[in-house]
Write a protein that binds this ligand. Structure first.
Ligand code: BG6
Length: 480
C-alpha cells in the first residue's frame, strides 16, 4: 500500500450523529419540548426544495401546537437511540473507528432553558452514553447545540436574537462542560452556525426585520461561542474547541468576471464570515457594506467584540456534502443543504438534488487551511438515498461505498499536499431522521434501521454492504 492509502498518524476516524435526530424519548425523564420536537413529516414533499416546505412562521407553529394529533413528529421518536445506545455503540465500534460525535439535547438538561439547576436525569443519560463510548475505546466529540433549542426560548424570548438567550445557553453549556470536561475530547459549541433557518436561530421566517434578527442571532451565538471557550479554558487550558460551519462550497458558473465576483461575494457572506470571526476573532471588513446595503441594524457592544477577539477556536471543523455554482444571471437550480443552489453540469446529484463533488472536499480543505492555518476536522460528510432491505436482509449500497471512498481519498490527497487534517466523522453511521426533510427514508447510514417515515417498523438495525467496506477501509487506512 503506498502512502496515499494511509491517513496521517493519530488520525481520528469516526462517525457523527445528533441528539434530536436519533434519541427520541422526547418527553422522558424530565426532558422539555425542543424546536426539533415540533418539526413534522410531510407526505409528497418537494425534495429539491425542502427548506421552503418547512419554513416556520409564528402562525404555523401555533397551528401545529393546537392540532398536534394531526401531525407526525419524527424527531420525537428518532431511532430510539436513548434506549438502544449500548447496543448501537457496540455495533459502531465494530467499524474499527476511534471517535464518536454526538450532541447534547439542551432540553434534557434544562427543559425550558430557564431553570436554575439542571435535570439530573438528563446528565445521567449522557454520562452513561459517554462511559459506554470509552468502554469501546472511542474518543468523544460533543456538539453543545445541534440545530435545536428549548421551544420556550423561542416563544417567550424570540430565540437567539435576544441577548437573554446567551445567558441561558451559557448556563447550559457551563453545566455540560463542567460535568464532562474529563471525558469529552473535543467540543463544538454550535453545529452549522451559518444557517439562518428557524431551527438554528429561533427566528420565524415571517418575522419583521428578519435579516436584522438573524444577524443579531449570529452575533449573539459568536459571543456565546467565545464565552464558553473562555470558560472551558479556565477549567483546563488543554480543552479543544472548534468551529462547525456548513461548508457551502461554490464555483463561479463561468469565467465571466461577473460570475466570479458574484461567487466571491456569496462565499464571503454565507461561509467565510463565520470562520473569520471564530478563527480570527474579528468581524471581516466586507460585512459593514453588506449590513448597510441590507439595512441590518445590530446591537454589538465593545465588550462583546473584545470577548470574541480574545477567545477563538483551536481547530476548524465543517460539514461537507456537495457543491454548487453561482452566477450573476438566473441559472437552473437544484437541491442543497438548507437551500436550493445552482446546478453544475459536470456533477451528478442525489435524489434531493445535492451534487456530489469529492474534488470539492479537497479544494475546501486546502482553501481553509491556507486561510486559517488551523488543524482541520471534517465533522460531517455522507451520502443519502432511499433504500430497502433485500431478501438477505442487506443492502448492496455500492453507490455509498463509491461516495465514501472518493471523499476519504480526497482528504488523503489534501494531507499529501500538506494540509493538516486530523479527523473525519461520517454522517451518519445509522439511518436516522433527516434534519431538513424530516424523512426516515433519506438514509445516510452504513447501518439500516427498519423504520419508515411514519415511525412504523421494528427499529431493528441491519449492516449494509458499506458497513463491511468501511470496517475494512478504516482498518487498512490507519498509519501505525
Ligand atoms: C447537516 C446537519 O445539515 O447535514 C445534520 O448538521 C443533517 O443534522 C445533515 O442531518 C444532513 O442533512 P439532512 O437534511 O439530509 O438530514
Amino acid at each position: 500500500m503506498n502512502k496515499l492509502n494511509k491517513f496521517p498518524k493519530n488520525f481520528y476516524m469516526g462517525v457523527a450523529m445528533s441528539a434530536n435526530q436519533s434519541e427520541g424519548a422526547f418527553n422522558i425523564n424530565g426532558k422539555g419540548v425542543s424546536t426539533a420536537d415540533v418539526r413534522f413529516f410531510k407526505k409528497d414533499l418537494d425534495r429539491h426544495n425542502v427548506f421552503e416546505e418547512f419554513k416556520m412562521n409564528r402562525h404555523n407553529l401555533e397551528h401545529i401546537l393546537k392540532n398536534e394529533k394531526d401531525f407526525y413528529f419524527p424527531k420525537r421518536t428518532g431511532i430510539d437511540f436513548y434506549h438502544t445506545y449500548k447496543e448501537d455503540i457496540k455495533l459502531l465500534s465494530e467499524l474499527n473507528i476511534n471517535i464518536f460525535r454526538t450532541s447534547i439535547a439542551w432540553t434534557r438538561i434544562y427543559p425550558t432553558g430557564e431553570e436554575k439547576t439542571p435535570n439530573l436525569e438528563g446528565l445521567k443519560f449522557y454520562k452513561n452514553l459517554f462511559e459506554e463510548c470509552k468502554k469501546n475505546n472511542l474518543k468523544i466529540m460533543v456538539t453543545i447545540s445541534h440545530l435545536e433549542m428549548p421551544l420556550n426560548i423561542v416563544t417567550k424570548y424570540g430565540g437567539w436574537a435576544n441577548k437573554e438567550t446567551i445567558k441561558m445557553y451559557i448556563n447550559f453549556a457551563k453545566t455540560v462542560v463542567t460535568e464532562f470536561c474529563d471525558i469529552v475530547d473535543f467540543w463544538l459549541p454550535f453545529n452549522e452556525i451559518n444557517h439562518i433557518d428557524f431551527d438554528c436561530t429561533g427566528v420565524f421566517a415571517d418575522e419583521k426585520n428578519h435579516l436584522s434578527k438573524s444577524y443579531q442571532s449570529f452575533h449573539n451565538q459568536f459571543v456565546a461561542n467565545s464565552k464558553i471557550i473562555h470558560f472551558g479554558k479556565s477549567l483546563n487550558e488543554n480543552m479543544k474547541f472548534g468551529t462547525m460551519v456548513g461548508h457551502m462550497l461554490s464555483y463561479p458558473a463561468t469565467c465571466d468576471p461577473l460570475d466570479v465576483y458574484e461567487n466571491l461575494k456569496e462565499s464571503q457572506i454565507n461561509v467565510d464570515f463565520f470562520y473569520e470571526i471564530m478563527c480570527n476573532g474579528k468581524y471581516p471588513w466586507y460585512m459593514s457594506k453588506f449590513f448597510a446595503d441590507n439595512k441590518i441594524i445590530l446591537d454589538i457592544s465593545k465588550k462583546e467584540l473584545e470577548i470574541i477577539s480574545k477567545n477563538t477556536v483551536d481547530f476548524v471543523s465543517f460539514s461537507y456534502y456537495s457543491s454548487a455554482i453561482i452566477s450573476a444571471k438566473e441559472i437552473e437550480k437544484t437541491g442543497g443543504n438548507v437551500k436550493e443552489r445552482g446546478k453544475n453540469p459536470f456533477l451528478v446529484a442525489n435524489e434531493w438534488g445535492w451534487q456530489i463533488d469529492p474534488v470539492g472536499l479537497k479544494i475546501s480543505i486546502m482553501e481553509l487551511y491556507s486561510k486559517y492555518k488551523l488543524p482541520i476536522f471534517v465533522s460531517e460528510n455522507g451520502f443519502a438515498t432511499t433504500e430497502e432491505l433485500d431478501e438477505s436482509n442487506s443492502i448492496e449500497d455500492d453507490y455509498r461505498i463509491d461516495y465514501l471512498r472518493k471523499h476519504l481519498d480526497a482528504i488523503k490527497e489534501a494531507c499529501l499536499e500538506g494540509a493538516d487534517v486530523f479527523g473525519y466523522t461520517l454522517w451518519t453511521p445509522i439511518d436516522l431522521v433527516s434534519f431538513t426533510s424530516q424523512e426516515m427514508s433519506k438514509r445516510y447510514g452504513v447501518i439500516y434501521v427498519d423504520q419508515n417515515d411514519l415511525g412504523e417498523g421494528s427499529k431493528k438495525r441491519y449492516r449494509k454492504k458499506s458497513f463491511y467496506w468501511l470496517q475494512n477501509y478504516v482498518k487498512n487506512s490507519q498509519e501505525v
